[in-house]
Design a protein around this ligand. Sequence first.
Ligand code: GLA
Length: 393
Amino acid sequence: MAGSSPSVSELVTTARNLYMQVFREESPQVAVCAPGRVNLIGEHTDYNQGFVLPMALPLVTVVVGSKTSGKDVTVITATEDAGEPRRVDFSLPSDGSSLSPGLPCWANYVKGVIQHYRAPPLPGFRAVVASSVPLGGGLSSSASLEVAFYTFLQQLKPDDGDKVSKAVACQQAEHTHAGVPCGIMDQFVSVLGLEGHALLIDCRSLEATPVPLADPGLVILITNSNVRHSLTGSEYPMRRSQCENAASALGKDSLRDATMKDLEAAKTRLDEVTYRRARHVIEEIERTVHAAEALKRGAYKDFGKLMLESHNSLRDLYEVSCRELDELVSAAMEVEGVFGSRMTGGGFGGCTVTLLMAHTIDKAILHIQERYSGSPTFYITTPSEGARALTLP
Ligand code: GLA
């Protein structure tokens, strides 16, 4: 009933065939992939130095390609993206100057990763990209492209292999070349994701604790609302600066260091919106730690309750949900055997994530389909491995 996505090897075949067709060459030398992610809980906490609990998805971005002798780069994408050109050509700057962002937009992730690659200078290359991560769906298609590209560059010219620094370099690429001041969650889990586990990431120390999530009686269902509201661009940086203002009004480096007691004591000095934003973050950080403990104990009911509290807080206090996401969450919560459901990712559209008993999955999908006013896409998913090199056939 849930839509099926191309497998990693199908994506490699697509990319490899396109490579051989366009460049009239033998097979490419290198293939890599990096996953998208779904965040189970801990939303808008990463850039506040808090905790997040995402897992890597079986949906991935694949890059195949080969080194060339000069400094020229050609990248082709097999994916249609808002009518943008699918091919980009540029030269690597030889004098250490930077690669400026431009059009097509998708190529900025590639340029950003080249710019922040930790073992310059790089050789020229030809590459083809193919992805099963839905674009703009809140499942980190952009982080998976950045991390896949970084992993590709590592095959052409190895860096020191430090995984956390790799995630940070990819986050920098997003800041400087896509103009999104994102936190570290998406790139981190795309690099370090583990099969059968969610990762409890401390976004201050950049340490991660794997939390087993492979109970065969349990299913993680992602529902794509298939809407993306145009607010996304401006609202994310606005939330981030509201949090920074709140932290400095409380005399803290970040909201990670603040407690609800601190916030209540400062309430009269804060405007109402700043108070609500800070309250979401402080409580969400605590919820995330409790949720990870509940998952370790197999206390799915407790976990589900925290998911729903997280959604309600994102809707009412942080104001990043929307009608479609609220509808999907309410519909899911009406089904017996569903433990919890919430919006996932930045918000204003994209996906929800639902934790439910395996035997109830068909009923849940039917019910959500019936109740949702739009047309949803479903993914039944499992925690998967982070970025990796692949062997070509
Ligand atoms: C986006 C950002 C992440 C994180 C989430 C919200 O996905 O890329 O860093 O801030 O939003 O939790």
